[in-house]
Design a protein around this ligand. Sequence first.
Ligand code: PMP
Length: 318
Amino acid sequence: MSNIPYKIWFNGKFVPWDEANVHTLTHTLHYGLAVFEGIRAYKCDDNRSAVFRLKEHVDRLYSSAHIANIKIPFTKEQTTEAILELLSINELDAAYIRPIAYIGSGKIGLHPGDNPIELAIAAYPWGTYLGEGALSKGITTKISSLTRMGVNSFMTKAKISGNYVNSVMAKVEATSLGFDEAILLDNEGYVAEGSGENIFIFRNGVLKTPPLTSVLEGITRDAVIQIAKEEGLNFEAERFTRDELYIADEAFFTGTAAEITPIREVDKRTIGQGKPGPITKKLQSRFFDIVQGRDPKYIDWLEFFFTTTPLKVKNESL
Ligand code: PMP
């Protein structure tokens, strides 16, 4: 027993943390076909908290399911409501939210047949993804020996569990060699993205991120592009090479978990001044103002909910 106080929303019911289990012959466990999301809720001022771009995340979950041929037996509205109810039941004022729709047990052959589609949603506290000081000091990275999957081998627009074998291997390789994160190149050798983040560079006055070919259509990526345009920055969704990354003035990752994480080193080469640059810092501070409800212009990106006294747990990274 873990003693973790949070409930999991499991196929329409709230169940204790330790009881949200699956059978060993779950189809997804064998073949990796499930779709999931990573969403964050932030504590705002007063007594309010808000989920960042909940609609876009729920839409992407259902788009991923459409791509994967998974028919989620709940509507988008039911899923949205379940997430908000879960935050309230778990008394969370800030959280990472992880919905997953997967193919349950039944036939174990490749064709999922009539196996049931299950939907589970977890929500729990989660601090900075890339470690202490990542947001303020930046992180070290390595170009991965693994290539980001090609567009006709994997469905890279979808957050499909099996796609993440590539990411997990890249992440483990990079961290076991002493780096904080991996950067994957695409099939043609251009920079694609991090193991779980989109990547941006700022060089010669232009902000660039790879176009949406093999990379995930990140919701934070989209937010950063909108903020950058509003700030009057020159922006291009354009491919770039690893050597252009080495000589960028600034580089950073974006993602729900990673938020906006500055990159201070790639393959032992210092990026810019080796610390977060002014553009990264500006975008980061705009982003945190927005997610914490301090920017009225982007209030539509927030789904507010009210919290009572949050439950306290010792371990913030479950
Ligand atoms: N790329 C990959 C491979 C990811 O897993 C993620 C995290 N979902 C991202 C990019 C960033 O996407 P988002 O900003 O929507 O979290």
